[in-house]
Write a protein that binds this ligand. Structure first.
Ligand SMILES: Cc1ncc(COP(=O)(O)O)c(C=O)c1O
Length: 463
């Protein structure tokens, strides 16, 4: 290994200055490219010193995104970062592995085995959402053209419990968003809320399986029944399932729960490999029920380096590491391994609930319905502090990253705290967190908060 000078060693003579003196005493390069580079160790140290300022992923209970993978998975990722998974011509084996993942996920989501299960790897659920919704728009245009009807006023129907990515799709791709508020006291939507918004210009209905707000699911079976009834009356409206978080949870925790291609109206599903697929960011998946749902117009054929290639992605480049890491997880864990990991998360989640229930300042929300492994609670109204003070104190105490946020309309008067109990949230960490909750509540009860504004803590539903 080539010798790198460490931070104390002289860097550039004639001054005999150390690396520390030469580089660590200046503001970080910004605004324009530095004229000259530095040695690798100095560059690494500059970067590492900044990363210390970020939150610690291990204490991040705000994120749905994977924060732990095994050393072997790190190896898969490190060894394949230089491979472009979208360059099928140059990396045909990576493309094959990606297709295997698509076939496995299609089958996991209740798809019928076919010759070629259509779908694609994406940068995350957001890209998968854009592509899935575009496919619905194209199919709707085709139906309208065939019927000789105008196709200039497409709309998309969904509840206010969706992730903001759906508003983004509507804005970027010129589709009217028809969003219905969540009735007071409810946390998800069903046919009663969505049905009245549907008309002949509806390209599709979105149902969420594992919402960002409470981890619950829209009434997918009820929406399916309503759409089948509409179809019987001559109005064909498909359903796309946003299973960004739930896609890799419910097949293992609630195999009998029908939310996927087992429902006739479901034409496409997105899921984030980098959430409960247990891969680091970024990897997502888009699956179609069958070939008929993927409009040929959206498949891009191009001659790339002498090979004919077909792609259905927004990007032309992306590291193969995370596709291969997904496959690694499938091989490593199998169905039983994923089920066991989900049980582990659920057990630790249940322990967190059990311990927090002893805190009379908190009200824990328990749902009877299939829910992601997370805990939702709120601070009771009679306390002198609120959810923001509490997560602020937890952050100050030990760097816990826990969001406090408002529920979507019409329930925005409810401020809730959400904690994702992921694989790295071991029982020991759960116990320490519960102690910190207890001590924080005691402290806040005795503190004079009248002069304290809202603490600058993580808010919003996270990613
Ligand atoms: C329900 C839902 N849909 C879509 C997304 C966006 O997914 P991604 O971050 O993988 O792009 C999220 C992210 O949290 C989500 O929870």
């Amino acid at each position: 290994m080539s010798e790198q000078p460490d931070v104390f060693s002289p860097h550039v003579n004639p001054d005999n200055a150390s690396i520390a003196e030469t580089f660590f005493t200046k503001p970080a390069p910004d605004g324009q490219l530095p004229q000259d580079g530095v040695n690798p160790r100095a560059a690494l140290r500059v970067l590492q010193s900044e990363m210390i300022l970020d939150g610690d992923p291990n204490k991040n209970l705000a994120t749905f995104v994977t924060t732990f993978m095994e050393p072997e998975a790190h190896q898969v990722i490190a060894e394949n970062l230089h491979r472009n998974y979208i360059d099928h011509a140059e990396y045909p084996r990576t493309a094959e592995v990606s297709k295997r993942c698509v076939r496995m996920i299609h089958s996991l989501f209740g798809g019928q085995p076919g010759e070629e299960s259509p779908g694609t790897a994406t940068a995350g659920s957001s890209e998968a959402v854009m592509l899935g919704a575009l496919a619905m728009k194209w199919q709707w245009k085709k139906r309208r053209k065939e019927a000789g009807k105008p196709d200039d006023k497409p709309n998309l129907v969904y509840g206010a419990d969706v992730h903001v990515v759906w508003d983004k799709f509507c804005r970027y791709f010129d589709v009217e968003p028809r969003q219905v508020n969540i009735p007071k006291g409810k946390t998800t939507v069903g046919p009663d809320e969505l049905g009245p918004l549907i008309d002949e210009n509806t390209i599709g209905v979105i149902a969420v399986v594992g919402t960002t707000f409470t981890g619950e699911c829209d009434d997918v079976e009820g929406i399916d029944r309503m759409l089948q009834e509409l179809k019987g009356k001559g109005l064909e409206v498909p359903m796309h399932i946003d299973a960004a978080s739930g896609g890799f949870v419910f097949p293992f925790t609630h195999p009998e729960f029908k939310w996927d291609f087992r429902l006739d109206s479901v034409v496409s599903i997105n899921a984030s490999g980098h959430k409960f697929g247990l891969v680091f960011p970024g990897i997502g998946w888009l699956l179609f029920r069958n070939e008929a749902q993927l409009p040929e117009d959206l498949v891009f054929y191009e001659d790339y380096l002498g090979e004919k290639d077909a792609t259905f992605t927004l990007n032309f480049s992306g590291s193969a590491s995370f596709v291969l890491a997904q496959y690694y997880n499938f091989v490593r864990l199998g169905f039983n391994g994923y089920s066991s990991v989900m049980r582990a998360m659920t057990k630790n989640r249940d322990s967190l609930v059990e311990q927090l229930e002893k805190e009379d300042a908190l009200e824990i929300w328990e749902s009877e319905r299939p829910t992601l492994p997370l805990v939702i609670c709120r601070v009771k109204d009679n306390e002198t502090f609120d959810a923001s003070h509490l997560v602020g104190e937890l952050s100050r105490r030990r760097g816990w990253l826990i969001p406090a946020y408002d529920m979507p309309p019409d329930n925005e008067d409810q401020k809730i705290i959400r904690m994702l109990v992921k694989l790295n949230q071991t029982r020991e960490l759960v116990d320490v967190l519960c102690n910190d909750f207890h001590d924080s509540i005691e402290l806040l009860r005795s503190a004079d908060l009248s002069h304290v504004g809202e603490p600058p803590v993580h808010s919003g539903t996270g990613y």
